[in-house]
Design a protein around this ligand. Sequence first.
Ligand SMILES: *Cc1c(COP(=O)(O)O)cnc(C)c1O
Length: 357
Amino acid sequence: MRKHIFNAGPCKLSDSLLKNSAEAVLELNGIGQSLIEVSHRSKDFQAVMDETVELMKEVLSIPEGYSVLFLGGGASLQFAMIPYNFMKSKAFYVNTGTWSSKAIKEAKLWGEVVEVSSKDKNFTYYPKGYEIPKDVDYVHVTSNNTIAGTESFEDLDVNVPLISDMSSDFLSRPVDVSKYAMIYGGAQKNLGPAGATFIIIKDDFLNKVVADRPIPSMLQYGIHVDKGSMYNTPPVFNIFAIRETLRWVKSMGGVTAMEKLAKDRADLLYNAIDESNMFESPINKEDRSRMNIVFVMKEQYKALEADFIAFAGERNCVGIKGHRSVGGFRASTYNASTIEDVQALVQAMKDFEAKNA
Ligand SMILES: *Cc1c(COP(=O)(O)O)cnc(C)c1O
């Protein structure tokens, strides 16, 4: 039986991705070669790459003037590549948790970081209404905080280039891409298996704003754009699997349908948390993530946390242990999560509470 998977990343992926990727690993398109044997420069793989890029543009309504890349190195390499390429002297970072803190650490290697942060309340809210200095090279935000459990649903209006790490809420809502200089993320939370990074970059930004320092070829966005993500061997399996996600999202009704599902799943679980006398959410209500639902046990029940994880496991709900830096529980409900998955977890919470409260 397939479990109710709430893992934070790698995470649950669509059945069609699993099935079609498995088949392509055995043989691609009846050509007598596996997806992972055929040359990445063959017409069979080039067709996979082209369709994946086209579907990204279509599904997210990416306007003209943007390039789509699939590279290796994870979102973590982007933390370094962004300032390496684009930071002349100063950048603005919104620090909303572990991942943005890591991005800031890399940026500080190349210049001054001006920061607004929600650290004062342990990252349980999303900062708003701050001033951005006019002389920064770019602004960096993390749209969804996978560990802290907060999310911003807004595409900011700023008058400097805006860069967003959308690793963990990509394709879960429509995004006004035209407001961004760059959107990026690790694939393994909403898009596919671990091992590929997606990058959407505005050609204007790429051409005009390059920091004045020598940059190794593999770390230059311009080279990857010129070579269509094939400067070196791209992660072929991952790109195929991403195509399957994009086909699936499209067949489900696109990002608008994904957003509705995301809201329905999150409402179901947050309502159960708010109505409970045993569980509670530490996250500021309007900033609660739809993708990573962080909750804890009320003080008097704290000793029962491990018991609940085991109890939920018996109900086939896996992956709900909170991140070691936050504790409690975290149910990650990405695009491929179903209402049935969340219903199973809610039922486990109710039954556990009835038994133990
Ligand atoms: C997981 C995650 C990362 C790190 O991704 P890697 O691909 O493992 O480097 C960065 N940012 C966010 C928001 C994440 O959720």
